[in-house]
Design a protein around this ligand. Structure first.
Ligand SMILES: Cc1ncc(COP(=O)(O)O)c(C=O)c1O
Length: 355
């Protein structure tokens, strides 16, 4: 039996979207590939609210995160972390010999704009990384406030991880002053894993030109240069299957209407939060709760593994806590093409199992 996924990625993929993955192959150097990749990039610009270049990468989101920090740091990167995925960016910098400092807060807290200001005012950094939606703690950072601070530092490249939020909540990339906004297909976009997408601003392009060792496969500048020269085609063979599905799913998203889609995410989030408040407690700071997943404090000490096993027998799957919070929290994702009715059905099943 297929278990309906309420885990924070991969998420459920609609049958008609999945079918697009089985589209017969086309040559990746032909006009059809150019057209496919151009169409995707145009629609992504609409979704991202950006006029900047779009890069598609046959990797998961981590690939573009690593590519971004390596391709665009000249001096030193300031990595702001609110959980496991923020810290991953620091590990990537270290693994690539990119000078970086890590600024962490306790899981469940947000990156404060005043902290970003304090760090950047030292003049030591020329790139920052922020996690928009931290999938370990269920926290969404106050990116509008951070944008206010970033306006004071026009030479600093701003990288934003929207892996678990893009497609589930409004993110106005250009208005926020983000230079490299990264997402993956397998979360709020509702596609299979295996492809990553980012915006790449003119400012980031100019910076990358100054960086001598940007790697090879994930060198954002070489990807950008290639799609300019070859009309949206990529240097190596991309996952065309993902492209077919992504192109189709972007039409579905735009047909649903972005505002309607984000509203549906808000309604699903409200359902789960209210249920969590009634039955357990919310893990993250109430002021910065994620719209796409909820991390719930397991203050009753329930056996999440046993709950998930029973849920599995009924055709559902939720997620335990991430890393060090494995047993202390559990997570319910409400993103992608999931509906409020499906969330209610899941919660009713959990109630029934726990009663
Ligand atoms: C917030 C966040 N950033 C980065 C990643 C890494 O993305 P990927 O698994 O697509 O490499 C994840 C994956 O769960 C994530 O949730």
């Amino acid at each position: 039996m297929h278990k309906k996924l309420f885990i924070p990625g991969p998420t459920e993929v609609k049958a008609d979207v999945l079918e697009k993955m089985a589209t017969p192959m086309i040559g990746h150097r032909g006009k059809e590939a150019t057209e496919l990749q151009r169409n995707i990039s145009d629609k992504i610009r609409t979704l991202f609210h950006t006029d900047e270049a779009i890069l598609l990468s046959t990797s998961s989101g981590s690939g573009l995160m690593e590519g971004a920090v390596r391709s665009c740091t000249m001096k030193r990167a300031a990595v702001f972390s609110v959980g496991a995925f923020g810290t991953r960016w620091y590990e990537m910098a270290q693994a690539n010999n990119v000078p970086a400092d890590l600024f962490e807060v306790e899981w469940g807290s947000a990156t404060g704009p005043e902290k970003v200001d304090e760090v950047l005012s030292t003049g030591q950094y020329d790139l920052i990384t922020i996690t928009h939606n931290e999938t370990s703690s269920g926290l969404m950072n106050p990116v509008e406030e951070i944008a206010g601070v970033m306006a004071k530092y026009p030479k600093v490249i701003y990288c934003l991880d929207t892996v678990s939020s893009m497609g589930g909540t409004k993110i106005e990339v250009d208005k926020l002053g983000v230079d490299i906004c990264i997402t993956s297909t397998q979360k709020a976009l509702g596609l299979p894993p295996g492809m990553a997408i980012c915006s790449f601003s003119r400012k980031a392009i100019e910076r990358a030109k100054e960086v001598p060792y940007r790697g090879y496969y994930l060198d954002l500048l070489s990807l950008y240069d290639y799609i300019q020269k070859k009309d949206y085609q990529y240097p190596s063979t991309p996952s065309l299957s993902h492209m077919f599905a992504l192109d189709y799913q972007l039409d579905r998203i735009l047909e649903e209407g972005m505002d309607k889609r984000f509203q549906r995410h808000n309604e699903m989030a409200d359902e789960v939060r209210n249920w969590a408040r009634r039955n357990f407690a919310l893990f993250a700071d109430e002021r910065y709760l994620s719209n796409t997943l909820t991390t719930i404090s397991n203050n009753k000490g329930i056996d999440v593994g046993a709950l998930n096993k029973e849920l599995g027998a009924r055709g559902y799957q939720i997620s335990n806590g991430y890393g060090k919070m494995k047993d202390k929290t559990f997570r319910i994702a409400h993103m992608g093409d999931c509906t409020v009715e499906e969330i209610k059905e899941l919660l009713a099943n959990i109630d029934d199992i726990l009663k």
